[in-house]
Design a protein around this ligand. Structure first.
Ligand SMILES: [Zn+2]
Length: 446
């Protein structure tokens, strides 16, 4: 049975809006800190059990999977659609969050406090907000026997904040049948509004992500006494290489998603983004320029150094870690540049995930645009590239087209991108309710 009339009665969408706020807050209260060190990760199991309970309570059959290690918990549930011959749509999110230091916050980061029009706490925008909205809509559909046009798979993953090795990457490798028939997916870091100037508002849909390469640099020298003349010092050689790399500027390369984004902003605002002053002109975008600026070129930021064990001992090995983010299509050119910058004496080791990119077109994108327009008629949707990474990297290995679409209408002056992994992370209550209405319409029409 298709229920098309939505009302603000307790069984209608109003209930789902309230539930999104409640569930987001309750999920924040479950501390799911992912330090990156598997021994100290907490809470993913408790959060997964909570999600499973919210879904099974209204009649979902839930699959619970621990991915590669005890407690690394994931939850998957499927809602059958009207046309089983169509590919399924995956709505996914991650359960874990990055650490938070309570002494820096105005409220306790795991309080889930609902005050001053916001839900506060670690995970409020990354990404327990989207979990709350999608669980609320999933419950709404089940309660009202709403049949979506095609199967919807809801998935909640562990370990996104440390590379997804114990979450989506593991599931894609070991349990691909859970994603059978899935052709497209939506998740975090997209769908939020950005106000460029008075009343000129766009919702950014993530269509691309830079690749991640965490690189270890290693220089070997000759060990010796710190008091003597020494020509082969691993520490100073490594330091020089790290300095050269840290100061290097990779060339600007405009990818399709960035080009399309800037063209869209130009149309909306009249602002110019001339090729000879791209970086200067991108700064006009305000807070979002931190992300957009990082998608104009590859970056390589040195983040860790390790060498030596005593003041008067010259060590034989020195190591550095560099966080490299590489544009789609740039891997080979990037490595060639590294050869020149680092020279032959610096060993390299990589751990990383490839970039992803899809096009901003087709029926799914049309459904995003029209469901946003129904709630915010004067706004536009624009594609953009994320400088970071998401579970989309793992899922795209299955040929799934991945988008960032976690709809939120945000106040014009809120520095949204600073809230990711930031202090006083919080999400507007109104934004969550807006997101529920958009997601409801989107999932009924895609
Ligand atoms: Zn995230």
């Amino acid at each position: 049975m298709q229920v098309s009339e939505q009302t603000n009665t307790p069984s209608g969408l109003g209930l789902a809006e309230d539930e999104a706020v409640r569930i987001t807050s309750e999920l924040i209260r479950i501390d799911t800190t992912n330090t990156g060190d598997a021994d100290t990760v907490v809470g993913e199991r408790a959060a997964a059990e909570y999600v499973a309970e919210q879904l099974s309570e209204v009649g979902y059959e839930v699959t619970y999977v621990e991915s590669g290690a005890p407690g690394r918990a994931n939850v998957i549930a499927r809602l059958p659609g009207a046309d089983p011959s169509r590919g399924a749509l995956l709505v996914h999110g991650h359960l874990d969050v990055v650490p938070a230091d309570a002494s820096e916050w105005s409220v306790h980061p795991f309080s889930g406090a609902v005050q001053d029009g916001y839900v506060w706490g670690r995970g409020a925008v990354d990404m327990k907000d989207m979990l709350g909205m999608s669980i609320a809509v999933a419950r709404h559909f089940k309660r009202n026997q709403i049949v979506p046009p095609r199967d919807i798979v809801f998935a909640f993953f562990a370990d996104e904040e440390a590379g997804s090795w114990y979450g989506s990457q593991w599931l894609v490798e070991h349990r691909p049948e859970l994603f059978e028939g899935v052709t497209e997916a939506i998740s975090e870091v997209g769908g939020f509004s950005v106000t460029f100037k008075d009343g000129v508002r766009a919702y950014l849909v993530e269509t691309a992500e830079k690749g991640i390469a965490w690189m270890t640099l290693r220089v070997r020298g000759r060990a010796g006494h710190g008091s003597m003349l020494h020509e082969d010092n691993a520490v100073s050689k490594l330091a020089a290489a790290v300095t050269r790399l840290g100061q290097h500027r990779f060339p600007i390369v405009l990818t399709d998603s960035v080009r399309e984004f800037l063209a869209g902003v130009s149309e909306m605002t009249g602002w110019d983004f001339p090729e000879d002053d791209l970086e200067g002109s991108v700064a006009k975008l305000g807070a979002i320029s931190r992300i957009v600026g990082a998608t104009l070129r590859d970056t390589a930021n040195p983040t860790m150094l390790q060498a030596g064990y005593k003041a008067n001992v010259i060590p034989s090995v020195a190591e550095a870690t560099v966080d490299c983010r590489i544009l789609p299509g740039r891997q080979e050119a990037f490595e060639r540049e590294l050869d020149d910058i680092l020279g032959p004496d610096v060993e390299r080791e990589w751990r990383g995930l490839p970039p992803v990119e899809t096009t901003f077109d087709g029926a799914l994108v049309d459904a995003m645009t029209s469901s946003i327009a129904a709630e915010d008629p004067t706004a536009r949707t624009l594609p953009y590239m994320l400088s970071g990474g998401t579970d989309g990297k793992a899922l795209s290995r299955l040929g799934i087209r991945c988008f960032g679409f976690a709809p939120l209408r945000l106040p014009a002056d809120l520095d949204f991108s600073a809230l990711f992994h930031g202090v006083d992370e919080r999400v507007p209550v109104d934004g969550l309710k807006f997101g529920v209405r958009v997601l409801d319409r989107f999932l009924r029409s895609s």
